[in-house]
Design a protein around this ligand. Structure first.
Ligand code: SD4
Length: 335
């Protein structure tokens, strides 16, 4: 397939991954939203700490992170253990075990983590390791490097005590085999109920950390790496200011270094909501075909105020604060 054709098609695949799954997520949460009529993006900006915020409808992940914070542990522990819930969930076909493979049938994962001191660790294109976020933390803490890729990342994981396993589940294999029949990059309306997880937390000391983990775009080219594990794009944290994380079409987030942009805008005085909106508008301005893909951001500042914004409707996010775990629909650009 010619490169131009693939890239156009990949954009559409991304649309299916993000817009489609988000729709399912919101359907799942309709009941919850009815109970909480005030749960809109704007009503969720009251500052509060400690707190957890994550992309999509991931109540189990935010609950885990909240529990870790309640034990008095760090935001770093909270985000690591929180996103591990999704990595282990085989039904989530965008993260960890059960993630949809690349076009050759390989499940390759990207993950990164960032702590209050501005340290960062990441793995990209790692195979056979269910918890790439835990490997990313070990890269940060136990190596002189910040990012390990492919076989090197896997070798480091095994040396660090992780057990390799097959990550391609029967249902993801079946989906890939069905895709292979035509090998066409058309929009895919997914049925999974959540997506790539980016998570930010503030602990009892007021310190911020973040994590992001994904299997990336389904049926991507072998070796493709998205934004999720790249510092400043899929995730950025500055403990003096706040943090931001992304979901959606990684190529577009990478080109605009979205999470770093959001944190810098907050540093200049913008609210998390204003900063997320400006970062989405930057993507829209730079990409004439923005109607073909989704990008969504969430952010938090030092006070615990939150923001979220995306291109298309149906992106949502989960916040655990004040002992309440709630899913919110994000405001969006393309109205
Ligand atoms: C990527 N940003 O690899 C990820 C995919 C994603 O919602 O977030 N999908 O491009």
């Amino acid at each position: 397939m010619k490169r131009r054709k693939f890239i156009q098609s990949a954009a559409l695949t991304g649309l299916g991954l993000t817009v489609g799954t988000a729709f399912a997520a919101c359907t799942d949460t309709q009941e919850q939203e009815k109970k909480n009529k005030s749960a809109t993006s704007n009503s969720n900006m009251e500052p509060s700490t400690p707190m957890v915020i994550a992309t999509w409808n991931v109540p189990n992940a935010t609950t885990k992170a909240w529990e870790v914070l309640q034990e008095g542990k760090s935001a770093l522990d909270a985000v690591e253990q929180g996103v591990m819930v999704e990595e282990a969930d085989e039904k989530n076909q965008s993260v960890g075990k059960g993630g949809l493979p690349d076009r050759d049938g390989n499940v390759t994962l990207d993950a990164c983590i960032m702590n209050k001191d501005g340290n960062y660790g990441a793995v990209v294109c790692i195979e056979n390791i269910k918890h790439p976020i835990a490997v990313a933390r070990k890269v940060m803490e136990n190596t002189p490097h910040v990012l390990l890729a492919g076989n090197g990342a896997k070798q480091f994981a095994i040396e660090s005590g992780f057990t390799p396993e097959d990550l391609l589940t029967e249902s993801s294999k079946k989906a890939w085999e069905e895709w292979k029949i035509k090998s066409e990059y058309k929009p895919i309306i997914n049925i999974e109920n959540h997506d790539t997880i980016g998570m930010l937390a503030i602990d009892k000391n007021g310190d911020i950390s973040g994590a992001c983990t994904t299997s990336g775009l389904a049926y991507k080219m072998q070796g493709r790496v998205g934004d999720s594990a790249i510092i400043g794009s899929g995730l950025f944290v500055d403990n003096e200011v706040g943090g931001a994380t992304a979901t959606g079409m990684g190529e577009e987030v990478l080109k605009t270094v979205g999470s770093f942009l959001i944190v810098e805008l907050m540093r200049q005085g913008k609210s998390p909501q204003e900063a997320c909106e400006e970062a989405v508008k930057r993507v829209v301005k730079k990409s004439p075909n923005y109607k073909d893909f989704q990008v969504g951001y969430i952010a938090v500042n030092k006070k615990g105020e939150t923001g979220a914004y995306c291109i298309h409707e149906w992106f949502n996010y989960t916040v655990y604060k004040n002992n309440e775990n709630k899913n919110y629909k994000s405001d969006f650009y393309n109205k």
